[in-house]
Write a protein that binds this ligand. Structure first.
Ligand SMILES: *Cc1c(COP(=O)(O)O)cnc(C)c1O
Length: 342
């Protein structure tokens, strides 16, 4: 289930697009809030796979995912007038926590619309960061519609979780750190994909500076919206989306992200839920840290890719994107891990 994409855009136009993102990434003031996360060797995985596997530990960020990079960068770029009006978003997950924390840090009023089914823990996560949580709509699309309506009626700025150049640039700071932390040979970077903000920011930076490094997107087979869009040649809407990997449960790839991904992502692969459970265990064995299902996508992708292509002695990076998992679901993960390893 792989797809190779070759470059088609006029080189000049293309370089300008990437250059604009690189400038935004270099200027993103994310370290007011985000940390430069470690890039660590995973010794047991490296040995088992016969390749050097490095983990970029975005699960160690404040709020336990990379989402604060994009959220903070977007909010930091708002005008005085926009800041005074406040911001709104729709999310039940890591973006909600990122926007809430970024808004509190910058003294901006944030309203987060969450579906009525959102677990209390996540509602509390938003309220404890002094944002207003509005429970509205039976599922995400309804919550989103309400958030957009609030933006319209009250003049709030809508903060997209992925489909915004400043959000993409904030996420791209992951790649800036990574290339600084590892100036030596690097064969591929595996990146989890939901709406495509993270992979777009990483691809823009890496392909501008070190184009020989391969960028491989990893999606859940139940939400493969980038793979479907690349196959169709346009952004399609998936009829159904599975939510086990809730951080990437997105039905349509973002427009800004797709503009970059269609030219600069080398391949997109998919993995199953059982493969994710097995990867959570592998990451635990090497780090004693638990990642959420979306956070383990890249490691699951590396395992599959190495098996499919018989890779040896390469240096492969996995973006460990987040750690927000309910303690209650660990039993399920542990049970399925053995199946995913088979
Ligand atoms: C949001 C998220 C992703 C996917 O990022 P996109 O920019 O939507 O592609 C991956 N992992 C985690 C943990 C996330 O929260």
């Amino acid at each position: 289930m792989t797809r190779t994409v070759t470059t088609r855009l006029e080189p000049a136009t293309d370089t300008r697009l990437l250059g604009d993102y690189v400038r935004k990434i270099l200027a993103a003031p994310v370290y007011d809030l985000a940390i430069c996360t470690p890039l660590q060797v995973a010794p047991a995985l490296s040995l088992a796979l016969g390749n050097q596997i490095l983990l970029k530990r975005e699960d160690l960020q404040p709020t336990f995912s990379f989402k604060i990079r994009g959220a903070y960068n977007k909010l930091a770029q708002l005008s005085e007038a926009q800041r005074r009006c406040g911001v709104v978003t729709a999310s039940a997950g890591n973006h909600a926590q990122g926007v809430a924390l970024a808004a509190r840090t910058l003294g901006i009023q944030a309203t987060i619309v969450m579906p009525t089914s959102t677990p209390e823990l996540k509602v509390q996560g938003v309220r404890s960061r002094e944002a207003t949580a509005v429970l509205q709509g039976e599922s995400f699309p309804f919550a989103l519609a309400h958030a957009l309506q609030l933006a319209e009626e009250r003049g709030y700025t809508f903060v997209s979780p992925f489909d915004d150049p400043q959000v993409i640039a904030g996420q791209g700071t992951v790649a800036m750190e990574l290339l600084n932390q590892h100036p030596g040979p690097l064969d591929a970077i595996f990146v989890p994909v939901g709406g495509g903000g993270l992979i777009a920011g990483i691809a823009a930076y890496v392909k501008y500076l070190r184009p020989q490094v391969r960028i491989i997107g990893v999606e859940s087979e139940h939400s493969n919206c980038l793979q479907a869009a690349l196959r169709a040649g346009e952004r399609v809407v998936l009829p159904r989306v599975g939510t086990f990997a809730d951080g990437v449960a997105v039905a349509q790839i973002g427009a800004y992200g797709f503009e970059i991904c269609r030219e600069h992502v080398d391949e997109v692969i998919t993995v199953s839920n059982d493969q994710l459970c097995s990867a959570i265990k592998d990451i635990y064995d090497d780090t004693r840290s638990i990642t959420e299902p979306s956070g383990a996508l890249a490691v699951a992708g590396i395992k599959q890719y190495v098996a499919d292509h018989g890779l040896r002695d390469q240096t492969l990076v996995a973006i460990n994107s987040g750690a927000n998992i309910n303690f209650d679901s660990l039993r399920h993960v542990a049970e399925r891990a053995a199946l995913g390893a088979a």
